[in-house]
Design a protein around this ligand. Sequence first.
Ligand code: ACO
Length: 406
Amino acid sequence: KGILVSSLRNDGWVTLDPGFLTTAQCESAITFIDGRRSILRYRGYPIEELCEGSNFLEVAWLLIHGDLPDKRQYDEFRERILHHTFVGEDFRNLLSSFPRSAHPMSVLASAVNALATFHPDTCGFGDPDGFEEACAIIMAKVRTIVSLIHRRRRNEPLLYPDETRGYVEDFLRMSFAIPYEPYQVNPLMVQALDKLLIIHADHEQNCSTSVVRVAGSAHANLYSAVAAGINALSGPLHGGANEEVLRQLEEIRDSGLGVRAFVEESKKEGSRISGLGHRIYKSYDPRAAIAKKWLYAVMDDEVSQLGSADRSLFDVALELEDMALHDDYFIERHLYPNVDFYTGLIYRAIGFDPQMFTTLFALGRIPGWIAQYHEMMNDPTSKIGRPRQVYTGPGKRDFIPIEQRR
Ligand code: ACO
């Protein structure tokens, strides 16, 4: 479905393809998706196997460098990231200058953009050493920045990174630990978040990644291109959907309407159910299957840790999922729960508030954006992104001075 028109303009043929339904902007060896068969592979490795046996840092290396790292490469990569984990006082002052109530995605995009001003020597396009350094800086500092944004929103003192801990474990410590008290790691939450970061790590030419590539095609530096990607990701039709899903589940629960009535109302109004549907996956989203598995594990863990868990939103989600799978409207349009349908409930169980959810998606997507930028930077056939248009405005008109206009 869509409009595909080739039209001969004065200066050649132009193809009109709104939303780029059938237009590839590049060749890529990074991520393979078969939307009909629900296959997702990074560099040839099925996402399920990576979630089973790998971790986020290893997957980040895989995406950026093309193959799984050996032990030495992994240790060096980890070291390099840990080396950049700390953010200095000037940078913290910059973060503090934003209103506490600002949306975390706007703060994150601004902060990543600002990294270029603190690390100008890593901004050269096509400079391999500068690129490796910028890559480690972004991987390291985005994690710290997201935890700082989270603590600042809660009026909590900022915590310094602890280089002896793992990437995800220390992220959770920086986000949730109480100063001067020993931090109790919940290994299940560390595992769950690690898996969520893996399933978000790349998704070929989605909206935000295309934005990163197009910005980078003008030789904008990596920080600027990633910041552009973060801004695109913030939209509720893209990464912002995870926040929207939770808001919607709360709305359904609190309205007392029940899921069916809510869905019928949405259909009547022509509004969308967040977390359903995907441009590419028309049977199911394989990332959603993994997220769902971890959501069940996290819910069980809450019950075993606390004796009970607030299942009210989880129950609404299950009912909504069941409806989507059996309602003709959704079946005919191939609208299945996507990855965002389940992740918000996991982020919530970990302790993040909904406005933070999309920053966690962004943290996961960083390696994918870097890998795609890197591939484009090294592709000799790469050109500046410059789509065409089909002009529909008026023909030539004579200018009328303002005094003579009626
Ligand atoms: N709820 C209800 N109806 C929907 C939904 C939805 N979530 N998604 C699509 N539809 C309907 C459309 O209204 C349209 O119906 P029609 O044929 O009667 O006009 C039909 O399904 C096809 O919709 P399109 O907009 O053509 O689908 P597209 O592939 O362009 O959009 C998208 C995909 C943006 C993900 C869409 O399904 C959507 O808006 N979903 C909700 C937001 C969401 O969950 N986004 C996260 C995506 S995953 C990610 O970014 C990681």
